[in-house]
Structures are given as structure tokens and as C-alpha cells.
Design a protein around this ligand. Structure first.
Ligand SMILES: C[S@@+](CC[C@H](N)C(=O)[O-])C[C@H]1O[C@@H](n2cnc3c(N)ncnc32)[C@H](O)[C@@H]1O
Length: 542
């Protein structure tokens, strides 16, 4: 039986149902009624919605059946026409996908059939749809999100604001983003070890907080956008997650005086000119000049991490006046007292960066508006001497005690692309491996027994006819898919790391073979061995 407003009265004691009220939840504050209803009524309606989505079943695989792979690819590029032409777009899943994924109005009777428990009245009351004549038009994007994270496979339904295609116009500055490429990158990087507390700074639709809730006892999700918090709270309820507190405020203000075992943030890092007439999209623009939002998150995290706590964030950084951006990023890290590991995945020329983000806001090229914004972007970059912008991942850690021991800033633009799925455990292992090898003196490391990781292969390249290789590389199948160039001595030592002989004994044998001094060979290979341990090519033998 469908929900009716009258029935809703019996579901809860209602307050002012039109007011967006806040009630204390545990120690935090959450917008009680994402869609403007009393909290208990909202929860009851959301539970009915969940039942219907589950029964449909409104899953990614069911949606994949509705249209071709080409149509799905066009949709990802923001074009829904091929999917709209699909003949398979029928049934309840077809109705739900047409409405909430393609953003196209459907007849009320069809929605009523697709949401038999919630009903049309419930969907109207929750603010999912509005009437347009005989049709119901979507007010939100709502779609399943299937994933595999550190704790295995899962699936959620995620509500966010309608995109450009559904709106038929450029998105407003208050747009709340759904799960995008950067969201998936960060959730793929997220370390999934069990912890007590996680802070998700700039939660948006709540996707990182939901992932964090799988391995943390308590999650605090913050945002400057009340609408984002409302949608994130809606998504948590829809997916049966009750361990997230939602707090309104900028950067670390909502968590002043607190500390966390883990901080994750996909901050609004898009560099945007400040000035009249330039849209300030909340979802991507932190309102500061240049890359200051990223430096603010880095320095702010230092004060909010518990001992041993790890912060993981995405960011952009500027290359100014021909100076390597890592010099500036390094200066942000100085004085934080944190271990730091920065991985730069991509560098874009300033002009391309500007084009990309102006277009992302729904402004079409070769229009006066595009040209006006392009000028503003290029002027802003010119003011600071910016010619390129780097994108990457930052991992920070507060040492359990003492001074930081890790400072890696590196460029990894290999085969991985932006797909970071499954990197969380690799990042955790890298931090642990750094700690392990860093705690050993050279003498102690020489006594250690090591083995080569299972995903490592060796490549050798020969000049035609030569007996000895001219190039030898180690290749990593997992992790960041690194390639590590080997010299003759290190190649021989790594090749003998079979978990039986100690590093020193292997070096002794290799030195005999190559007829070189054993001590010199040991000093030559140990830095390489340390690097191979940290990056996961080698591991201490069981
Ligand atoms: C790129 S979105 C990330 C959303 C989500 N965490 C994800 O990974 O998809 C950035 C979010 O930060 C929020 N935000 C913008 N400025 C902020 C600030 N000064 N403090 C906290 N959050 C902010 C935006 O409203 C937006 O929801």
C-alpha cells in the first residue's frame, strides 16, 4: 500500500513540517529533515523509498540492461539522447532510471507503479519530484552506486542535485554534486583499517562519509552547504547508516578542539578567479585565491589528527614562475610536524585547466560567457605567474611520537590513470613498510631476510646480439604500478631475495661474483633496498 500524507501523521509526532529544523544528534547537529519534513516522518518515508528501490531492483546492473554500453558512455559525457532512444527502457527500473538518472518527467501512474510503498504522494512529500501537468518531474538525481572498497563490494543509492542535462541550463552555484570521478578516486585511496573516528571534510552528498562508516565507529561529516548536509543525511538514512554526524561550517571550524584517527577530504580544490561575475560553485571552489584551499586543509589537518592518525585528500597545486610546484607544497608541509606523502598524477597547462573547469560549469565554448570567464581565468593565472596546475593525492600522518620521518613528493603518471580502487591497503602497507625499514640501521637491514612481492616481474632489454641486458626494470602489478630501474648489483641482490638468505649474505655472494668490494656493494644497494621495501616490491620474509 502506498504512503499517503494522512497516514504520515500517524508515523510521527510532527512539528512544523515546512520548517527545516535542526535537532541535536549525539554530540553533533544534523538537519533533521532533508526535504523539509519532520525528522521521523522523513525517516519513515525514506524507509518506504528504500523498500521500493530494493524491490525494483534499482541497481547498477539493472540500469546497465536498459541501454547500450555506447548510450551509457554518452550519458557519462553528459548526453542522454542515446539512452532516451533505447527500446529497453521499460518496467519499474526503466521508470526510475528515466526519472532519476536521465532527469526526464514520467506519468504519475508509472511512478506510482514503480514506487508502490512510497507512492506518488510520498515522493512528492519527500521532495523527490514535482507535478508538471500530468507528469512528475524529478527534483533530485537518485541512482545506485556500486563499489568495491577495502571491506569488499557494496551498493548504495545516492541522491544529489540534478545535472546540466536534466536542468537544461548551467548548474547553479549551490549545486550538490553526486558521485564523480574525484569522489571515486578518493574512496579508492581511503585506508579501510578499523578506527574510532573519521572526519569527512566537505562531505557533499556524503559518499566519503558512507565509505568511512564501514570501518569507523564514528564519522563526522562537514560542509559549508546546508543543502549538501541535508542530502548527505538523506543518503545515510536511505542506506541505513546511522553513525554519521553532520555539521555545518567551513574547513575545520565545526570540529575545533577535536581530533580524529582519520581525515578524508575531496576539498573544493578547483582554482577559480575571484571577482565579480565569476560563478563560485560551492561543490568545487573553496572561495580562496589560487591553491590556498589545499594548503589550508593540509595545515588545518595537522591540528586535528590524533597521534598515528592519517589524513587523505585530493588537491591541485600551482606551478608559478617556472618553479616546481613541489617546492610550494613542501613549504606547506614544513612545520606541520606530519609525515607526508604527495603523489602527483597529472599536470595540466593553465589554459587547458581553465577550459575544462569553465565547461564543467555548463558554459559552452565559443559563447560570450565562455570567453569572458576564459579571460578572467587566464588573467588570474597570469597575476601569480601560473603556467601549469598539478593534480594529485596527499597522505599525511601524525607520528605516534617524535618528529616526522616520511617526506615523499613524487610523480606517478603511469598506467593507473585516475582509477585508485583498492589503493587504500597499498597506502597503509607503504606507510608500515616505511616505518619498518626506517627503524633499521644499515647493519640491521643487512641482517634482514626479504622476499620479492608476488605482483613483481622483471623486464630485461638487450641490444640485439648482446649477452648482457642494457636495461633492467622491476615492474609492480598492483599498487601504483611502479617501474623501478635496476643496476647490475641491485638486480642480482633482488633476484636472490627468496626469504632464505639475509641481505648481507646475498650482497657478500654478489660481491664475490662481480669481483667488487662487499662493503661498497652493500652501501650501493641498501638505499635501493629501502626504496623497494617502502614501495612494496620487497617485503620482510614471513
Ligand atoms: C568536491 S566536493 C566533494 C564532495 C564529496 N566529499 C565527494 O567526495 O564527492 C567539495 C565539497 O566541499 C564543500 N565545501 C566548499 N567549501 C567548503 C569549506 N570552506 N569548508 C567545508 N566544505 C566546503 C562543498 O560544498 C562540497 O560539498
Amino acid at each position: 500500500m502506498a504512503y499517503s500524507p494522512a497516514e504520515g501523521l500517524t508515523l510521527a509526532l510532527r512539528g512544523d513540517e515546512n520548517a527545516l529544523i535542526s535537532v541535536p544528534v549525539r554530540s553533533g547537529w544534523v538537519a533533521a529533515a532533508p526535504m523539509g519534513l519532520n525528522d521521523a516522518v522523513t525517516s519513515a518515508l525514506i524507509a518506504l523509498l528504500r523498500d521500493d528501490l530494493f524491490a525494483a531492483p534499482f541497481t547498477t546492473s539493472a540500469i546497465d540492461e536498459l541501454w547500450t554500453a555506447d548510450a551509457a558512455a554518452a550519458l557519462r559525457r553528459g548526453h542522454r539522447e542515446p539512452a532516451l532512444r533505447s527500446t529497453a527502457r521499460v518496467g519499474d527500473v526503466g521508470t526510475l532510471a528515466t526519472l532519476f538518472v536521465l532527469g526526464v518527467a514520467v506519468p504519475a501512474a508509472e511512478l506510482g507503479a514503480a514506487l508502490p510503498s512510497l507512492g506518488v504522494d510520498g515522493a512528492l512529500e519527500l521532495g523527490l519530484v514535482e507535478r508538471r501537468g500530468a507528469l512528475l518531474a524529478p527534483l533530485l538525481d537518485l541512482r545506485p552506486h556500486a563499489f568495491v572498497d577495502e571491506l569488499g563490494p557494496g551498493s548504495w543509492w545516492i541522491a544529489s542535485d540534478l545535472g546540466e542535462a536534466a536542468l537544461g541550463t548551467a548548474i547553479p552555484a549551490t549545486h550538490v554534486l553526486g558521485v564523480g570521478g574525484a569522489s571515486v578516486t578518493l574512496s579508492g585511496l581511503m585506508i579501510g583499517d578499523r578506527v574510532r573516528s573519521v572526519l569527512d571534510l566537505g562531505t557533499g552528498c556524503g559518499i566519503q562519509a558512507l565509505h568511512a562508516a564501514r570501518h569507523a565507529k564514528r564519522v563526522v561529516a562537514t560542509d559549508i552547504s546546508q543543502r549538501a548536509l541535508d542530502l548527505a543525511a538523506f543518503n545515510a538514512t536511505l542506506n541505513g547508516v546511522d553513525s554519521i554526524e553532520f555539521r555545518l561550517g567551513s574547513l575545520f571550524e565545526p570540529v575545533a578542539g577535536e581530533s580524529f584517527d582519520q581525515i578524508v577530504s575531496n576539498p573544493p580544490f578547483v582554482i577559480t578567479p575571484r571577482g565579480e561575475g565569476v560563478p563560485e560553485y560551492e561543490y568545487r571552489d573553496g572561495g580562496l585565491v589560487g591553491d590556498a584551499i589545499v594548503s589550508s586543509v593540509i595545515t588545518g589537518a595537522a591540528a586535528r589528527l590524533a597521534p598515528g592518525g592519517v589524513a587523505q585528500l585530493l588537491g591541485n597545486w600551482e606551478y608559478r614562475d617556472g618553479v616546481d610546484a613541489f617546492e610550494r607544497v613542501g613549504a606547506w608541509l614544513d612545520g606541520t610536524g606530519l609525515d607526508a606523502w604527495v603523489v602527483e598524477r597529472e599536470v595540466q597547462p593553465a589554459a587547458l585547466y581553465a577550459e575544462t573547469w569553465i565547461r564543467d560549469g555548463g558554459i559552452l565554448p565559443r559563447t560570450a560567457e565562455f570567453d569572458r570567464l576564459y579571460t578572467a581565468w587566464l588573467d588570474d593565472f597570469a597575476d601569480r605567474g601560473v603556467d601549469r596546475i598539478g593534480f594529485g593525492y596527499v597522505t599525511l600522518r601524525r607520528p605516534e611520537s617524535g618528529a616526522p620521518t616520511l617526506r615523499r613528493l613524487e610523480r606517478l603518471d603511469g598506467a593507473l590513470g585516475h582509477n585508485a580502487t583498492g589503493l587504500g591497503s597499498h597506502i597503509a602497507a607503504t606507510l608500515a613498510a616505511h616505518d619498518w625499514q626506517n627503524a633499521l640501521s644499515d647493519t640491521e637491514l643487512a641482517l634482514a631476510t626479504l622476499s620479492v612481492a608476488g605482483d613483481v616481474t622483471e623486464e630485461r632489454h638487450y641490444w640485439p646480439g648482446d649477452e648482457h641486458p642494457t636495461v633492467m626494470d622491476l615492474r609492480q602489478g598492483g599498487g601504483f604500478g611502479r617501474t623501478f630501474p635496476l643496476g647490475t648489483a641491485l638486480a642480482a641482490v633482488v633476484g636472490a631475495c627468496d626469504g632464505e638468505l639475509g641481505v648481507g649474505a646475498i650482497c657478500f655472494a654478489v660481491a664475490q661474483l662481480l669481483e667488487v668490494d662487499e662493503g661498497e656493494l652493500l652501501s650501493e644497494v641498501l638505499p635501493g633496498i629501502r626504496e623497494l621495501l617502502t614501495t612494496g616490491f620487497l617485503a620482510p620474509a614471513e
